[in-house]
Design a binder for this molecule. Structure first.
Ligand code: HAM
Length: 429
């Protein structure tokens, strides 16, 4: 196939074999968020470029080199969203739903776009489920967000494979004081800094803390510590969060180098990381952004949230073989009908069955075919049972009920009794 007719590098099709696992994952998260009282919001995929520049930060990797930006037909600069927080803040502001201190507990799901170097767990179109909470400023809600994700890992069977890293960035004033101290420490040793860090020293010095360059890491050992510059309010907030996590029995480690790659954070930041996925080990990340709404032109409104990478969590489920058996089977019952009369009767019968058993996964053979070919298809479908309708069954008003996975002998069941029979052996069985 010519290259221009292939999918774009880093943007993947999710094939029918994979979608059951995606749907299981998505419905598990959605169910959990319902239980905690979060409501879904849906934002457009494209926004004005300015929105992301103003919120994520001009000198972040995302804004500097990863955005899919293009001119609209009228010349406006638009960008495919690289994340969801900015658009969510834009939406709540635009619709006034956080005004007057109104609390909003929101979540969203959908594709995000970043022009990164694709590798396992890192794509150019990827999917997030994100949560954002507005107008709750205490550590209790930070703890709830973490408890919710902790419960999710439990439900998915991956709890033992993830670790929570936590830090507090303090208020923007405290961070400003720390930034000055860090810059002056590093300026005195500037000849030892790598090129990237030199550049960041003037643009975004805190990002130097999570450098991968060993020599710079060594330099940072004796550098001023963010924790020593925390303001009293942020310290109390962080202590409150830690106390709640302790009380809930949620383990965590403090990572003083955790600064996150987006500029809008203040106070709490956290990441759930795993060593099961290689280099792309962060499966869920977030934090507080108490200044962002105001920075974007709204009244002071606190915010806190996180987003999880669906591809990475799907990879985790596959790697740890935590794929529930129920999702492997897409079909409960497969109807084989032989001859036109049987097909007609089969349609009436199966529609009645669908009325009686709305959850029954019933596939009707299409395209006719011999006994052999229809049974082959029934077997391949993964169904537990085949229903057989031929001339004999039609004359007796029965169907042949044939277990396909070795659960007993074939028997005839009267049409009128079929729904009840299936209810016992398939829907509840
Ligand atoms: P983020 O750390 O940029 O934060 O992304 C959150 C998660 O999305 C990551 O931990 C990862 O699982 C996934 N992710 C990011 N980039 C990629 C990629 N290229 N390929 C696959 N997965 C990826 C945010 O986006 C913030 N908006 C989170 C947030 C919400 N903070 C507060 N509220």
């Amino acid at each position: 196939m010519s290259k221009s007719l292939q999918a774009i590098r880093g943007m993947n099709d999710i094939l029918p074999e994979q979608t059951p696992l995606w749907r299981y994952f998505e419905s598990t998260v959605a169910g959990l968020l319902d239980n905690y009282g979060y409501r879904q919001i849906r934002m457009p995929i494209v926004e004005f470029t300015e929105l992301f520049k103003r919120s994520i930060g001009e000198v972040t990797d995302i804004v500097e080199k990863e955005m899919y930006t293009f001119a609209d037909r009228n010349g406006d600069s638009l960008t495919l969203r690289p994340e969801g927080t900015a658009a969510c803040v834009r939406a709540v502001l635009e619709h006034g739903i956080t005004g007057g201190g109104q609390v909003q507990k929101l979540w969203y799901i959908g594709p995000m776009f970043r022009h990164e170097r694709p590798q396992k767990g890192r794509y150019r179109q990827f999917h997030q489920i994100g949560v954002e909470v507005f107008n709750l400023d205490g550590p209790d809600i930070d703890a709830e967000l973490i408890a919710l994700t902790w419960r999710l890992w439990g439900q998915l069977g991956i709890r033992d494979a993830v670790k929570l890293e936590l830090n507090s960035l303090g208020t923007s004033e405290a961070r400003g004081r720390y930034r000055d101290a860090l810059v002056s420490y590093l300026n005195e040793r500037i000849e030892l800094l790598d090129e990237d860090s030199k550049r960041r020293l003037t643009s975004n010095p805190l990002r130097i803390l999570d450098t991968k360059v060993q020599q710079t890491q060594a330099l940072l050992i004796d550098a001023p510590k963010l924790a020593d510059y925390l303001d009293e309010e942020s310290r109390l907030h962080f202590d409150g969060l830690k106390a709640r996590l302790d009380a809930a029995g949620i383990p965590y480690v403090i990572n003083p180098k955790l600064v996150r790659g987006l500029d809008y954070y203040s106070k709490t930041v956290f990441e759930w990381v795993t060593d099961k996925l290689g280099a792309q080990g962060t499966v869920c990340a977030g934090g507080r952004y108490d200044g962002l709404v105001e920075q974007m032109g709204g009244k002071p409104t606190t915010g806190v949230g996180f987003a999880m990478g669906i591809e990475r969590l799907i990879l985790m489920l596959e790697t740890l073989e935590q794929i529930p058996e129920s999702i492997a089977r897409q079909v409960d019952v497969y109807l084989c009908a032989f001859g036109e009369q049987a097909e007609l009767a089969g349609l009436t019968l199966t529609e009645r069955l669908r009325d009686a058993l709305p959850n029954l996964r019933l596939q009707v053979n299409a395209g006719a075919g011999s006994f052999k070919s229809q049974f082959k298809k029934a077997d391949k479908s993964g169904a537990l049972y085949a229903l057989i309708l031929g001339d004999d069954e039609l004359a007796q008003q029965v169907v042949g009920f044939k277990p396909l996975r070795g659960q007993g002998e074939q028997q005839n069941i009267a049409w009128d009794a079929l729904a009840e029979h299936l209810a016992t052996c398939v829907v509840q069985g």
